[in-house]
Design a protein around this ligand. Structure first.
Ligand code: ADP
Ligand code: MG
Length: 589
């Protein structure tokens, strides 16, 4: 008997668990599942992030729902759209062998009519954000008067986001005799109030110390001057070529700015914050989940609870205002038993905050030094060598090889290796050879005045970069997209450059002189009934490769247009295998 069976779960769920590859229940699951299955009880469960709370309420909920009835029986409230979708997806996987069970997500920023349709078809479980839920109740689209179970997930965050009244309103539409299950990573006063007000003698489960960090995470900090934050971030990324990271900034503005600069400097990055449209947030999250972008720059609210597998590093570009938030940040890595590193970039004056955080997470930080330029070059060099060794060779290259052999004729093995490696290595070497060390001892003082703001202008080469909302999934590759653009715009062969096709969107460059023509051509432009939309990208200089800052040369091409700021570009090295990268297109080496 597996440990999951011992919890009292049905075969249909055990089969799904086997498919998911879960071998044994996590602590919160082990404690919560039997209680929820056996009793009709209210429950408050406190467990760190990444400990499997979704399954802890998801499995009992699914088992208790009557899938033959189409009545809505379970309601899960969660703070953000992203979490809502994540929980819905997860529950659908859990319920894959349960016939007739529908789990529907309800959240703002998407068509309410479509969601209403799904509800009408019959949803036994509804996963909702409070705002949209209230809206739908108000319009009489949804009936939650017969629910048996209500789950408040990430209750602390819902309250942080000011959903108290919405939750109260929503619960007033539910029957008195139901079970309420509250899941939270932390137990601030407000959560205790909710528990008291809306629950009846809830059982309590606490896993680990309250508010403790996950012990699979190593915590490191790096002291730099405030002006050097950005440079330090780049070095941390360069030191870890396979990094897959969430980078936290304090404000939406910094989040946007750091992401833009990284993209401009040739990193594979994207921004996630509340000023982006839902559509933009979806694109970025999807790209991150698929590892098409390596660095997700996010605000605390936007990234709260996000469960993406295999995040290797959490980087605190700035420490959060509330030190308790640090737990939520570092919980994005070291998930599901894997190890992870949480790095903090800070100035000398912030050192005392580290002590305070150590008390909360009950773990010590390790102080580390930002690597020197030459250390980074060395790491990159070895990384490159092993990447070459592990490269799977695409058969299509064969046809070109004879010609390539001709070109490279006369080079012996050593020389060839040297040159090959140098092609990539020079870029790092040239960038870092004249840079100084970042761990300057006087850095702290300057930093405090500087406040960590880095307001360098971005470089510009004058060409305009566009975003277009079609990509690989619409059947385009860089050649066919270039043809499509040339034909549609009636341009010459070389008028469209640097076409970079991503899965669901793409970028291209063109001369500033014809920007009016391009934008007007794509105003209300449809292909097969679908709007094809072109906008100016915020990143005119997003070519792979790094450049030094060139103050004052920045060109603004985005006046009067809503710029797409959250797009990502593959990095010249380290990008997705098979991803198109401009340099590779020009020749195979
Ligand atoms: P929390 O809500 O506590 O932050 P999640 O429910 O999002 O955590 O789960 C974190 C990750 O752990 C998810 O990817 C989930 O699929 C995985 N997971 C959950 N339970 C188990 C388990 N028993 N064994 C292995 N992985 C699990
Ligand atoms: Mg969760």
């Amino acid at each position: 008997m597996t440990k999951f069976e011992a919890l009292g779960l049905e075969p249909s769920l055990l089969n799904a668990i086997a498919d998911l590859g879960f071998e044994s229940p996590s602590e919160v699951q082990e404690k919560a599942i039997p209680v929820l299955l056996e009793d009709e009880t209210d429950l408050v469960a406190l467990a760190q992030t990444g400990t499997g709370k979704t399954a802890a309420f998801g499995f009992p909920l699914i088992q208790k729902i009557e899938s033959e009835s189409r009545t809505t029986q379970g309601l899960i409230l969660s703070p953000t759209r992203e979490l809502c979708l994540q929980i819905t997806n997860e529950l659908q996987l859990y319920a894959k062998y349960v016939k007739g069970l529908n789990v529907v997500a309800i959240y703002g920023g998407a068509s309410i009519t479509e969601q209403a349709k799904q509800i009408k078809r019959g949803a036994q479980i509804v996963v909702a954000t409070p705002g949209r839920m209230k809206d739908m109740i108000g319009r009489g689209i949804i009936d939650i008067s017969k629910i048996d179970y209500c789950v408040l997930d990430e209750a602390d965050e819902m309250l942080n986001m000011g959903f108290y009244e919405d939750i109260q309103d929503i619960l007033s539409n539910t029957p008195r005799e139901k079970s309420t299950w509250l899941f939270s990573a932390t137990m601030p006063k407000e959560v205790a109030i909710i528990a008291k007000k809306f629950m009846h003698q809830p059982k309590e489960i606490t896993v680990g110390a309250k508010n403790a960090g996950v012990d699979t995470v190593r915590h490191e900090y790096y002291v730099v001057s405030g002006r050097e934050r950005y440079e330090a971030l780049k070095r941390l990324a360069d030191t870890n070529p396979d990094i897959f990271s969430v980078v936290f900034c304090r404000t939406k503005r910094d989040t946007q700015k750091v992401a833009e600069k990284l993209i401009e400097d040739g990193y594979s990055a994207g921004a996630l914050h509340g000023d982006l449209s839902q559509n933009q947030r979806d694109l970025v999250m999807n790209a991150f989940r698929k590892k098409q972008i390596q660095l997700l720059i996010a605000t605390d609210v936007a990234a709260r609870g996000i469960d993406v597998d295999d995040v290797t590093h959490v980087i605190n570009y700035q420490l959060p205002d509330e030190i308790e938030t640090y737990t939520h940040r570092s919980g994005r890595t070291g998930r599901a038993g894997k190890s992870g590193i949480s790095m903090v970039i800070l100035t000398r004056s912030e050192l005392r905050k580290v002590k305070a955080i150590e008390k909360i997470i009950k773990q010590e930080f390790i102080q580390k030094k930002i690597p020197t330029g030459m250390e980074i070059c060395e790491i990159q060099l070895y990384h490159l060598a092993s990447k070459i060794k592990d490269t799977k060779v695409n058969k299509e290259i064969d046809a070109y090889l004879p010609a390539i052999y001709d070109v490279l004729q006369g080079l012996d093995r050593e020389e060839l290796i040297k040159k090959m490696v140098a092609v990539e290595f020079s870029r790092f070497y040239n960038y870092y050879k004249n840079t100084r060390e970042l761990n300057s001892p006087d850095g702290g003082q300057r930093a405090a005045r500087d406040g960590g703001q880095n307001s360098d202008a971005f470089a510009g080469d004058g060409s305009v970069r566009y975003f277009i909302n079609v990509g690989e999934k619409d059947g385009y590759d860089w050649m066919s997209l270039k043809d499509f653009l040339r034909d549609t715009l009636e341009l010459e062969k070389d008028d469209i450059q640097r076409v970079d096709v991503k899965e669901s969107f793409s970028f291209f460059n063109s001369d500033a002189a014809i920007s009016g023509h391009i934008l007007s051509t794509f105003t209300d432009f449809k292909v097969d009934g679908r709007f094809v939309n072109v906008e100016i990208s915020k990143n005119p200089d997003s070519a792979p490769g790094r450049k030094h800052k060139d103050k004052g040369k920045r060109k603004k091409h985005d006046k009067g247009r809503k710029a797409h700021k959250d797009r990502s570009f593959s990095r010249k090295q380290g990008g997705k295998p098979g991803g198109r990268r401009s340099k590779k297109r020009d020749g195979f080496f």
